[in-house]
Design a protein around this ligand. Structure first.
Ligand code: EPU
Length: 300
């Protein structure tokens, strides 16, 4: 690893740390080390980093704010890329917002609110970066970011920076069909002219509703399971009597059963065990096979 670390470190606009623990970079606060964590601040640097990884045959992935992933205790092989600098920019031009993939959704919501751009209120309190939100079509139960995406900035599998119309991509519930090997580097989001005060109030209402119904501020990765078509996963888990169930430091939230909380010192293994128990109990009680919404990645 020393060699590739040194090669990447010499690329302008890049910072590198070896054996960085993913538990420091995920909202659940679990996950072992990656070989290299690489902070990249512009598109040319990103192309070079990916080029170096490809030449060395080293796997790489981009991590956003780590708010929808469960990284296993063995960590991640290869390079974990974080997008900063240019990739964290947010620019408002009339009712269009150009945001880098590394920008926080909260920043997009603030920028839209300040500029009186409507259409992003539903993202109030949704954790994550723009890149992660696009890749997982983040949103609420009934409003997803895909309906606001006009264009995507990407680095394609040939390491070419391109801007492509979002209409060419298929988005579904917590799902986006982005071609393998492409990295989302930004998005142009389209809203509409609205009254600043009414946007602000709607965002505030959304935040308040979330604080009432979800364990905001605790260590979680958001909803663990996708909602089945007929009944919300949280309702099924609740009715199966699993609220508050614990394995080690992992607990089914007592506020919202589709959240698992790291109450302190949980391991990924404990969280995964709790997930298995919840799945089995819901399957036994209702015959419903809950599908994971969070992404489980890394080595055992
Ligand atoms: N419910 C219970 N017990 C619980 C939790 C929920 O009975 O412990 C019931 C609620 O009373 C309600 C129903 O289940 O009748 C649905 O609950 P809620 O309104 O909280 O919404 P949800 O379907 O559980 C979805 C998204 C959330 C999003 C909220 C608000 C999914 C898997 N979840 O939750 O998204 O924040 O709507 O829009 O689609 C996420 O994606 O990480 C996430 C948290």
């Amino acid at each position: 690893m020393a060699d590739i670390g040194e090669i990447i470190e010499r690329i302008p606009g890049v910072a590198v740390r070896k054996d960085e623990l993913l538990s420091l970079h995920t909202t659940l606060g679990v996950g072992g080390p990656c070989d290299l964590m690489v902070w990249v601040s512009d598109a040319p640097a990103l192309a070079e980093v990916i080029g170096a990884a490809t030449t060395e045959d080293l796997p790489f992935m981009v991590l956003g704010s780590g708010s929808n992933v469960l990284v296993r205790d063995g960590g991640i092989e290869g390079i974990v890329i974080r997008l900063t600098g240019d990739f964290a920019r947010i620019e408002v031009d009339s009712c269009r917002i150009r945001a880098g993939a590394g920008a926080d959704l909260a920043g997009v919501v603030s920028a839209a609110t300040a500029a009186g751009v409507g259409g992003f209120e539903f993202l109030g309190g949704v954790p994550g970066t723009v890149g992660g939100a696009v890749a997982g079509n983040a949103g609420t139960a009934d409003e997803w970011i895909s309906r606001r995406i006009a264009e995507l900035d990407v680095l394609d599998d040939g390491r070419r920076a391109r801007t492509v119309a979002a209409a060419g991509f298929e988005f579904g519930y917590r799902r986006a069909a982005i071609p393998a090997g492409w990295v989302i580097t930004g998005a142009v989001l389209a809203g509409y002219a609205a009254d600043v005060e009414s946007v602000r109030r709607t965002v505030e209402d959304r935040l308040e509703a979330r604080r009432r119904s979800q364990p905001v501020g605790e260590r979680t990765a958001g909803c663990v399971f996708k909602n089945p078509a007929d009944v919300p996963a949280g309702k099924l888990i609740d009715e199966a009597g699993l609220k508050g169930l614990e394995v080690g430091g992992a607990r089914v939230s007592t506020l919202h059963s589709n959240f698992i909380v790291n109450t302190g010192g949980a391991t990924a293994r404990e969280i995964l065990e709790l997930i298995q128990i919840v799945r089995k109990r819901v399957e036994d009680s209702y015959g419903t096979n809950l599908e994971l919404e969070i992404k489980v990645i890394g080595r055992n």
